[in-house]
Design a protein. Structure first.
Length: 213
């Protein structure tokens, strides 16, 4: 597939490289494409550009920007370039205030997630929450002694979630579909839980697994 990745941080870089590794075509975008020079040097098959260039290029998009800037990044990408496409949303609504005893602070609340806000503003896009509650280093083909970790996803479009499930298969994850966009109220705070061992004990190498009988 043609993948457009919006973002220039660690998550965008890792996921963009992962898509290339798995045979997809990639354009990664930033407000300042010069930030992507190192990524381009390390990923000769990939393209770089603006948010709008990445969004135009992609048949499926990945949103991996600072949570408080997510809506602005999508506006720069252009609502018309998102319409009808799956948008994998890796963002977390982390507030600027520091963590409290290792617990991140969010600018959203338990009755309204970031992804619901984005879905409301960009109604033509098919948002799918994924990759928000694991560290960038473990996003692509992670290896854990306990087997495949679980990626919790949600979103309103079954077709978009099917596409994301196929990508998660390639990237070495099992997928747990938690339902519609409202489930992001529960999935986004998994990031808070995931980060607590990191902030309190400098442990950043874990992932969640859903056990079933
Ligand atoms: N780091 C992790 O391991 C991890 C794991 C899971 C989920 N996440 C989530 O994934 C997202 C990306 O995390 P990250 O650590 O890779 O990067 P980040 O530092 O959180 O975000 C960097 C990106 O945000 C964009 N940005 C910042 N301010 C902006 C503004 N005013 N308008 C438009 N865009 C703006 C930057 O755009 P430019 O390129 O134009 O500068 C850049 O692409 C975050 O929401 C984070 O919570 C992170």
């Amino acid at each position: 597939m043609k993948i457009g990745v919006l973002g220039s941080g660690g998550v965008a870089n890792v996921l963009a490289s992962g898509f290339l590794k798995h045979g997809h075509q990639v354009t990664i975008g930033s407000r300042t494409p010069d930030k992507l020079v190192d990524w381009a040097a390390q990923n000769p098959g990939g393209n770089t550009g603006t948010f709008a260039a990445a969004a135009t290029f992609g048949e499926l998009l990945v949103l991996a920007v600072k949570g408080s800037a997510a809506a602005e990044a999508l506006r720069l990408a252009g609502a018309e370039n998102l319409a009808g496409k799956a948008v994998v949303d890796a963002c977390n609504p982390i507030a600027d205030a520091p963590p409290d005893h290792g617990v991140l602070r969010f600018f959203t609340n338990l009755d309204e997630s970031l992804m619901e806000r984005l879905q409301r503003e960009f109604a033509g896009a098919h948002f799918v929450k994924a990759f928000n509650s694991v560290g960038a280093a473990s996003m692509v083909n992670p290896r854990f002694a306990g087997g495949k970790p679980t990626m919790f996803i949600c979103g309103n479009s079954e077709a978009a979630k099917k596409q994301v499930g196929e990508i998660l298969d390639q990237f070495g994850w099992e997928t747990a579909d938690m339902g519609g966009v409202e489930a992001a109220r529960a999935i986004e705070p998994l990031c808070m839980l995931w980060c607590i061992p990191g902030f309190t004990r400098n442990e950043w190498t874990h992932a969640f697994k859903l056990l079933k009988r």
